[in-house]
Design a protein around this ligand. Structure first.
Ligand code: FMN
Length: 229
């Protein structure tokens, strides 16, 4: 059995040398890696030749897609550029397939900005696109304002409360995964192995629609709908 079943991909939408997005994301990655049931895969976009949208994926892009497809959850970090998120981040999303390999993945969002109002617009735009492609965008995104004043050249955060806030993104993501994704994976796996016997029940027309099939088990509160079993 995999001792570290939770795999998180972290990626910065800035390829600028010394960029602050990666410095902030490093704190999130560090916080995630502290748990003994996680692994972190940091994707560096300057190492990947992303293609213009619509072109057939190269082998390199397919490998990139597989890294994201294998993730239990994802952290996207972006700078605020002209009141939105970065074009590098958009190009990454275009390269992750149509339909996207991010579909169904829980995603935590981080934004950094030089300005005093932070990366609010970047985060709202990124949330909208991620929701559109079917990702589960988690609440409580982290926006860092005046980012140049908050990190030194070595990536140390100079403000304790900012660091705590940035690290909280890891907790938001891991709490969601442990509370909602892991139980489902374990449950579905047990059913596939035949370790749990469920009773198939055809329901009458419900709010979920007509001819719904549900499976019920006396030890489980309520019923459970399986789309993928
Ligand atoms: C093209 C461009 C547009 C920018 N637009 C904004 C903006 O709209 N609001 C803001 O607060 N900062 C803006 N900035 C400043 C960046 O948010 C800031 O430099 C940030 O550190 C960039 O992220 P990075 O260090 O991860 O590359 C802009 C910077 C660039 C290069």
């Amino acid at each position: 059995m995999n001792q570290r079943p939770i795999r998180i991909v972290v990626v910065a939408g800035s390829i600028r040398t010394g960029n602050f997005t990666s410095k902030a994301l490093a704190l999130v990655a560090d916080e995630i890696a502290r748990s003994d049931d996680t692994t972190v895969d940091v994707v560096c976009l300057s190492d990947v030749q992303l293609l213009m949208p619509g072109l057939a994926p190269s082998d390199e892009v397919r490998v990139l897609q597989e890294r994201f497809a294998a993730a239990t959850g994802v952290v996207l970090g972006t700078p605020e550029y002209h009141g939105s998120y970065s074009s590098e981040m958009k190009l990454l999303i275009e390269n992750l397939g149509f339909p996207s390999v991010l579909s169904g993945k829980p995603i935590g969002l981080l934004g950094v900005a030089a300005g005093q109002i932070g990366a609010i617009k970047a985060l709202e735009h990124l949330r909208s696109v991620c929701s559109h492609i079917g990702a589960i965008v988690l609440p409580r995104p982290v926006s860092i304002a005046s980012v140049q004043q908050l990190f030194d050249d070595n990536g140390n955060c100079l403000d304790k409360s900012t660091e705590k806030h940035v690290r909280s993104l890891a907790t938001t993501l891991l709490d969601y995964i442990r509370g909602s994704i892991c139980p489902r994976v374990v449950l579905e796996d047990a059913i596939r192995r035949g370790e749990i016997q469920w009773t198939k029940q055809e329901t009458k027309e419900t709010h979920d629609g007509p001819n719904d099939v549900q499976f019920v088990h006396p030890d489980v509160t309520g019923s459970y709908c399986f789309g993928r079993i």
